[in-house]
Design a protein around this ligand. Structure first.
Ligand SMILES: NC(=O)c1ccc[n+]([C@@H]2O[C@H](COP(=O)([O-])OP(=O)(O)OC[C@H]3O[C@@H](n4cnc5c(N)ncnc54)[C@H](OP(=O)(O)O)[C@@H]3O)[C@@H](O)[C@H]2O)c1
Length: 420
């Protein structure tokens, strides 16, 4: 603790003041623009002011925080300088507290908050918007509002701190059977996957549907495999090693494909350049045959669950079934989507963008977790000091399979309840 601060200003991680007592300062693992670059160097634990809340906001003591790819982007300052973007909107802070997943205890509420109370155990979702923005007031779906933001990526005061501030609608009941770290790990990837797989009709998972899931052992893939299973589909997961393959099978994948057996990845060669196009075409055909082999039947995926982007999208567009859908929420490998339009229009396929989830979709996903029908697939759990290293692993794709989380203010990992 810095020397001038007393225990009423800030308390040590893993200890707690009396319920509802808000210290003036808090520990946070934060990013500064001067540290943009490798995630392992960008995050540092510092003491900053505890943020005030407004009338519809909730201050949550963060017990555990989930790790997601978005703050690997934030740490690098690319493709968006998240601090500069906020400052352009008039916010003064010169640091970024990331973190878009959390479990914790409601510690203070604004005077207009009605559906949560101090002491409630909650998980948080990362959809946020300005309820007073003209488009929302005019009836626009908040997902499409100009004020829509991802909390803890596009906003400050995310979950990598002792306290986070959120809008009241971001709070959901914590599944009582989960530890704090389990509860902090699933909402962002889970609700994103739920929207991708279940919310773009008529392309929703139905019994018997084959679904191709890129990155099956990653954060999104871990939940996507379970959702496809839950709704009766047949998830085929793509991975890059045997440990990840085994993990996907343990989650209920129908089968796995090791992408390292193929080498046609990357940008689509020019269709007019036969010398380059032919090897690509034979690579993608071999991948398609592998899909049939693993599925046990000559059928293509009705839904291709995409987030890898540049490196895989040409393959996704090719292997997707006639009248099927490629649904994409990210571009880990790059943002250029090369689409051979012949496959898209002749086979009448749909390429659909998808971004996080509505409050209703978060609630449905949360209920599936409460009911034990979807489970967080936990990777080893760290502490607030590990946040930079965990994002580094993620950026390098060397992280362990499953959903990653750190404990923040929980006294230790493995606790299902909170006692002051
Ligand atoms: N828009 C949204 O709302 C939203 C929400 C969540 C995530 N995302 C984005 O989605 C992406 C994935 O998120 P995540 O949490 O699942 O990350 P993750 O845990 O790192 O998993 C991604 C998986 O993708 C695979 N992968 C990485 N590079 C690849 C490549 N070049 N070719 C094929 N596969 C590759 C890896 O699996 P293998 O190496 O085993 O194949 C990895 O496990 C990120 O870019 C993230 O920002 C967007």
């Amino acid at each position: 603790m810095p020397s001038k601060l007393t225990s009423t200003d800030v308390f040590e991680l893993g200890t707690t003041p009396s319920l509802g007592v808000v210290p003036t300062k808090m520990y946070a693992s934060l990013i500064r623009a001067s540290r943009y670059g490798e995630p392992k160097d960008a995050f540092e634990v510092e003491v900053v002011d505890t943020p005030p809340i407004s009338s519809h906001q909730v201050l949550v003591m963060v017990m555990a925080a989930g790790i997601n790819f978005n703050n690997a982007w934030a740490a690098s300052g690319k493709p968006v300088d998240v601090i500069a973007a906020r400052q352009k909107r008039g916010e003064s802070e010169d640091f970024h507290i990331g973190g878009s997943d959390a479990s914790g205890v409601v510690w203070a509420v604004g005077d207009a908050v009605t559906h949560v109370s101090v002491g409630d155990h909650v998980v948080l979702c990362c959809s946020t918007w300005d309820r007073y923005s003209p488009d929302v007031k005019a009836g626009c779906d908040p997902m499409f509002s100009s004020s829509f933001r991802i909390w803890g990526y596009e906003t400050n005061y995310g979950s990598f701190a002792q306290f986070t501030k959120v809008e009241d609608f971001q709070c959901f009941p914590k599944p009582p059977h989960l530890t704090w770290e389990e509860a902090s790990s699933y909402m962002l990837v889970g609700a994103t996957a739920y929207r991708q797989l279940m919310c773009w009709p008529p392309h929703t998972v139905e019994p018997g549907d084959p679904v191709l899931i890129w990155g099956g052992a990653g954060g999104l893939g871990t939940i996507a495999i379970q959702l496809v299973r839950e709704f009766g589909g047949r998830p085929i997961a793509v991975v890059s090693d045997a440990e990840r393959a085994e993990f996907c099978m343990s989650l209920g994948a129908t089968g796995v494909i090791d992408r390292t057996e193929f080498d046609h990845w990357g940008r689509l060669p020019d269709w007019g350049d036969e010398t380059s196009f032919k090897p690509w075409a034979s690579g993608v055909r071999a991948f398609g045959k592998k899909f049939w082999e693993v599925l046990g039947e000559r059928r293509n995926p009705k839904i291709v669950f995409e987030h890898v982007g540049e490196s895989t999208i040409p393959t996704s567009v090719y292997v997707c079934d006639t009248a099927g859908m490629i649904v994409i929420c990210g571009g880990t490998s790059g943002y250029n989507a090369d689409v051979d339009l012949r496959y898209l229009w002749m086979r009448q396929k749909r390429l659909q963008g998808s971004h996080f989830a509505t409050i209703e979709q978060c609630s449905k996903l949360n209920q599936l977790v409460i009911d034990g029908r979807v489970k967080p697939g936990m990777a080893p759990v760290g502490t607030i000091e590990d946040i930079g290293a965990y994002h580094q692993q993620m950026a390098e794709n060397t992280h362990p399979p499953g959903n990653m989380a750190v404990i923040v203010n929980a006294p230790s990992a493995g606790l299902t309840d909170f006692s002051a």
